[in-house]
Design a protein around this ligand. Structure first.
Ligand code: TEU
Ligand code: CA
Length: 547
């Protein structure tokens, strides 16, 4: 059995601050808005809130471009608000983890402002600068995550700087010990305030190759897994960070890990590595990327889906610890992507929640999934806000691509699917704001919202609350071993959790069709079922937990 830790027993809940609750009618979610909803958070039974970035930022990438790590962006409130939120969570027995975005800063951060001034500026080496190629173009052929080149020319000094994300997100140079000390100092500032840990943005990318080289392939995922991630000194940096900062506090860390494959995951999170506690592995999120990237997706089979979880569980074993999630602020809504958000929305939303809360690993639920919120489909490109989507539309247009097709792809894959505001009730703007929201509301808010879920019997929300209570008092669900009982089944995900002779079975029908009841669960006692009963066949998206 894996060692006991509070962060293995807790349930995480992600808040995207811009879209949770507006408190001052400017149409932007803010910290006071979250404070107004503290009782709701407590009522869910969640333990750990992951708060997206609320630091000062020009918002090129909605706060993932930080211009001052010590200040709260005025649109989100003040430092006092943040302290009040922290206290409010702690009073209710919940923890707060903050987003730590240190692979890159904003180009408006004072470090970058200094760095670009001259080649001998004392901040020059806080970033990666290189002279142009012989033809004056970018020194290397690297591509950025949100389209275009990853090297940007700056005519002040006639050199290029590296940005793996937008050009307003220059990558920090971790080779520089002065930069690292600055980061550690900033981390201590937040930990001394009492925050309970960090979600570390793209932490797998912080160490760059010793010698930059061209990439023999223009597939972004190839670059991520083979060049951008897991650089030669990433473990040295994380061990140093752990020794100098993390180990001094009772906190948790989860590193976002694009490019970390299961074979090397325990190098980051293994017990004796003294690096991180968990990673968010993105293999599943990237699995459907086709040759043209995320906007060129392919179908994934249930078998692939299952084997990914099974293989990761096996690879981490009792040395590492998994984090289990099906969506976040970067990927489509889980019920739209992995369930059926039409006819079977309620059943499949419950099934996916049961999956998250019965797997081995700390579950992380994205706000709104507890009420089965779905993807959104705006008709007008101007209704989209996310820089990745905006760039995609722009590039499609520039290269004479099919805009209708692009729109369809955005409806399926775009990040704004999950960034539209939380749906609280059926009043105008879904109770999110009394002003003009920064992005349009999903028109289905009149049917899908917290208030109507609270009033309904056997709602998704009620199901989620019951599941959480089970998870929290059941050691078998927390620490029990995990075994897939029928890896080849094309519709069912059937697994067993086991601890000290106690067993739990989870039977999930991942399909729009009925399915046979597996013999393994016949005669077992039902703990929780997303249908009223269990007949001779499993209903579409039926989910049953048994003992
Ligand atoms: O995401 C990193 C990451 O790998 C994602 O960029 C993902 O590939 C992309 O969103 C797919 O559309 C983190 C943050 O979660 C994301 O919001 C930021 O935009 C990004 O880093 C840069 O900070
Ligand atoms: Ca506001």
């Amino acid at each position: 059995m894996s060692d006991k830790k509070w962060w293995k027993e807790g349930v995480m809940y992600q808040i995207y601050p811009r879209s949770f609750q507006d408190s001052n009618r400017d149409g932007i979610g803010d910290i006071s808005g979250i404070i107004q909803r503290l009782d709701y958070l407590e009522s869910l039974g969640i333990d750990i809130v992951w708060l997206g970035p609320v630091y000062e930022s020009p918002n090129d990438d909605n706060g993932y471009d930080i211009s001052n790590y010590y200040r709260i962006h005025p649109e989100f409130g003040t430092m006092e608000d943040l302290e009040e939120l922290l206290e409010g969570l702690h009073d209710r027995g919940m923890k707060l983890i903050m987003d730590l975005v240190v692979n890159h800063s904003s180009d408006e951060h004072k470090w970058f402002q200094e760095s670009r001034k001259s080649k001998d500026n004392s901040y020059r080496d806080f970033y990666h600068w290189r002279p142009p190629a012989a033809d004056g173009g970018p020194p290397y052929n690297w591509k950025a995550f949100f389209g275009g080149d990853a090297w940007e020319y700056d005519d002040l000094t006639g050199e290029y700087y590296l940005h793996l994300f937008t050009k307003k997100q220059p990558d920090l140079n971790w080779e520089n010990p002065k930069l690292r000390e600055e980061i550690y100092k900033m981390m201590r500032f937040w930990l001394d305030k009492g925050v309970d840990g960090f979600r570390m943005d793209v932490i797998s990318l912080i160490s760059k190759p010793e010698e930059f080289e061209n990439i023999p392939n223009d597939n972004l995922m190839y670059a991520v897994y083979n060049v951008y991630a897991n650089g030669p000194r990433v473990h040295q940096y994380l061990q140093e960070m752990n020794r100098k900062v993390l180990s001094k506090y009772d906190i948790m860390t989860v590193g976002e890990g694009p490019g970390i494959s299961k074979e090397i995951a325990n190098d980051y999170i293994g017990k004796d590595r003294n690096e991180l506690n968990m990673i968010f592995q993105l293999d599943l999120m990237f699995l459907d990327n086709g040759a043209g990237g995320k906007f060129d997706p392919r179908e994934i089979t249930l078998k692939e889906f299952k084997s990914l979880f099974v293989d990761w569980d096996k690879a981490l074993g009792d040395d590492g610890w998994n984090n289990v999630f099906l969506d976040n602020h970067d990927f489509p809504r889980m019920v739209s992507r992995w369930g059926n958000d039409g006819e079977h929305r309620e059943a499949s939303a419950k099934l996916l929640l049961m999956f998250l809360l019965t797997m081995r690993g700390t579950p992380c639920i994205y706000m709104g999934s507890e009420i089965g919120m779905t993807n959104v489909a705006f008709d007008d490109p101007d209704d989209y806000r996310d820089i990745e989507t905006v760039n995609y539309f722009r590039n499609t247009k520039a290269f004479g691509g099919d805009m209708n097709h692009a729109m369809k792809m955005v409806h399926v894959q775009g990040r704004d699917n999950v960034r539209v505001p939380m749906q609280w009730d059926n009043r105008i703007n879904a109770g999110f704001t009394d002003g003009e929201p920064w992005i349009k509301i999903n028109p289905n808010y009149e049917d899908i919202n917290v208030m109507s879920e609270e009033e309904k019997e056997r709602s998704i929300l009620e199901f989620f609350r019951i599941l959480i209570q089970w998870r929290k008092r059941d050691e078998v669900l927390q620490y029990g071993s995990y075994k897939d009982l029928d890896p080849d089944h094309s519709k069912l995900f059937l697994y067993k959790r086991e601890l000290n002779g106690k067993e739990r079975w989870v039977c999930l029908n991942f399909s729009d069709e009925e399915s046979d009841i597996p013999r393994e669960i016949k005669g077992k006692r039902i703990i929780l079922n997303n249908y009223r009963e269990i007949g001779d066949l499993l209903k579409p998206w039926q989910a049953v937990l048994l003992k």
